[in-house]
Structures are given as C-alpha cells and as structure tokens.
Design a protein around this ligand. Structure first.
Ligand SMILES: Nc1nc2c(ncn2[C@@H]2O[C@H](COP(=O)(O)OP(=O)(O)OP(=O)(O)O)[C@@H](O)[C@H]2O)c(=O)[nH]1
Ligand SMILES: [Mg+2]
Length: 309
C-alpha cells in the first residue's frame, strides 16, 4: 500500500528545503525512486514536478556563479520582497501589478529576482521579488551573494512570512541581510492572512517587536490597500500634485522629503528653475489655500503646487 500522495508530496517538499545543487538533485532522485510508478493521476503529477526540479536545480546552480543579477530600476522607488520560499511573494506581485508570474504551491517557484511595477496613490513603485535567500547566503549558498547584491540596491525591504508559520523561519533571512550590512527601512508582511489562526499575528508581532507587521492576503482588497500604504511609508517619499491653468494633475510627482518649490519647478522643466517667480500652494504646507510662496518654500506630502512664471 503506497503512501497517500498528499503525504508523499509534503514529505518531498520538506526533504528538499534548504538543499541545493548536487545535494538537491540526489534527494530528488531518491524521492523519484520511492514514488509509485503510476502513469496518470496525482502520483504522475508529483513525478512531473520532481523531474522538473532536477532541471530547475541545474539552472539555479549555474546562476550561483554569477556575481550579480541586474534588475533595471523603474519607478520612484525600488522595494525588495524577501522571505522563505512559498510564502506568497509572487502572488502579492501578481495581485498588485499587471504582470503574469508563475506561482505555485511548492518552494522555489521563482528562480530569479522579478520586478513588477505597482501604482500607489498615483505613483509607480517597483517591487522586486527576491527568491530563495537562504541561510548561508553571505557564503554564496543558493547564489546568495548575487541576491544580496540586488537587495543592497533596493531602497527598502518587505520581509514576507506566512502569518501562520513559525516566526523562526524568517529569522535566518533577516540575519543574512543584517550580516551583509544592509540597513534600509523595512516591515514584515504577514502573508496569506486569510488563513490566520487565532493568535498567529500576535505571535509574529512579539517575535519582531522592532518592525511593523502588516497582515496581507491576496484575496482581501482592503489588506492589499493597507500593504500599499505601508510600502509607500517605507519609501519615505512625498507626493505633490501640479496645478496648471486651474487644473490639478491627478497623478502626483514623488519627491524626496525636504524638497522645495524650486525642486518642483525643476521637475516641470529644467529651464523653469532660472526664470520662475514663485508658486501658489494648497495643502499641508500652505497656511491658507493658494498661499503665495517663494522658491525655498518646503513642500509636504499631499500639497498641490502651481508654479508661477
Ligand atoms: N490562501 C492564500 N494562499 C495564498 C496567498 N498568497 C499566496 N498563496 C498561495 O501560496 C502558494 C505560494 O505562492 P507563491 O506566490 O508562489 O509564493 P512565493 O513566495 O513566490 O514562492 P517561491 O517563489 O516558490 O519561493 C500558492 O499556492 C499560492 O496560491 C494568500 O493570500 N492566501
Ligand atoms: Mg515566487
């Protein structure tokens, strides 16, 4: 009587966790040998998955020897999503952007960093899924050095972990980032929040008291909005909308905090900086609507600015 196929699949996944390269291929072959030899049905599916694992492991091992995997920057900020395999990073990217991306109920579905643009309050922000950052990354385990290189270039990090998982699963990932000397703003996304058991969110918060913990589920729009807001806070950027001829642009510009009216004018047109005479401002930085201000006036998140020529 063979082992039930679900048990076999679970066992197989568990035995592959943390194994890479030759060691992983050996484990896959051992599992294939133990697998009942059905031509169709769930066992045949497991066979297909395991066989594809061999090829994917080979692809990954080759990537190990690269120094860097470039991710072209796009948007106002670049935010890295990192965490243990199979927590739902790709699903988040998919839910928040237009990209079609492979997701799967098994670890290491994603093999290389994957960028996706998401719009937050009218500003495009780039999210990058960093797959398979495992313990030993700093010693280049699992191609870790290249992955850490991508993380280093990011403006901020979202640590992703399943809300119901043991918080200890995330700790090695965070430890590798710290070990690499990467210090950027971060929060913890408690993924698959729709599956949360009582108390698991609190347990996660207790395990990471120094980080904000944001529960998120791809099937809960409100949680996705809260996630977007948290990502926006991480960027530290401020949003300013332009007003021209009495019309306010719906899409804001993203500026560094502390930016002035002069920076806004520079964004509109470099030549404008030399000639413009000031601005009118509505919103948080204005004492009253349409206040007339000089070029050194600092703008704030949510301002509307009309440059006066
Ligand atoms: N219930 C529930 N399932 C989810 C959610 N997000 C992802 N999943 C499931 O979790 C599994 C893993 O999802 P992926 O998005 O591939 O996870 P990943 O972190 O990108 O995984 P790797 O790239 O393999 O490391 C899939 O079976 C998804 O359907 C969620 O919010 N709720
Ligand atoms: Mg993935």
């Amino acid at each position: 009587m063979p082992m039930p196929h679900r048990t076999f699949a679970q066992l197989a996944k568990r035995r592959l966790i943390g194994k890479e390269g030759r060691e992983r291929v050996r484990e896959v072959n051992a599992l294939l040998a133990a697998l009942p030899d059905y031509k169709n049905g769930p066992y045949a599916d497991i066979r297909k998955w395991l066989t594809s694992e061999i090829e994917e492991t080979r692809v990954r091992s080759n990537a190990v020897h690269r120094d860097s995997i470039a991710v072209r920057r796009e948007g106002a900020a670049q935010i890295a999503l990192v965490g243990p395999p199979n927590v739902g990073k790709s699903s988040l990217l998919q839910a928040l952007s237009e990209i079609q991306i492979k997701t799967g109920d098994y670890p290491f579905t994603t093999l290389r960093p994957i960028p996706a643009l998401t719009r937050i309050g009218g500003v495009l922000v780039q999210l990058v899924e960093i797959p398979g950052l495992i313990e030993g990354a700093n010693e280049d385990r699992g191609g870790g050095r290249a992955l850490l290189g991508v993380l280093r270039a990011a403006d901020a990090i979202v640590y992703c972990t399943r809300v119901d998982a043991d918080p200890e699963e995330l700790r090695p990932v965070r430890a590798e980032v710290t070990l690499a000397g990467i210090e950027v703003p971060a929060f913890v996304a408690a993924t698959r929040a729709d599956e949360a058991k009582e108390g698991s969110l609190e347990r996660l918060r207790a395990a990471f008291p120094d980080l904000e913990v944001v529960p998120v589920s791809v099937i809960d729009e409100a949680s996705l909005d809260a996630f977007r807001d948290a990502v926006w806070r991480l960027t530290g950027l401020i949003r300013v909308r332009l007003r021209t001829l009495g019309q306010t642009d719906p899409d804001p510009l993203a500026l560094d905090p502390g930016s002035t009216v002069e920076d806004v004018a520079d964004w509109v047109h470099h030549d404008l900086v030399a000639t413009f005479s000031g601005a009118r401002v509505w919103g948080p930085s204005a004492r009253f609507d349409g206040q007339r201000v000089g070029r050194d006036h600092a703008v704030l998140d949510g301002d509307v600015v009309e440059i006066l020529s």
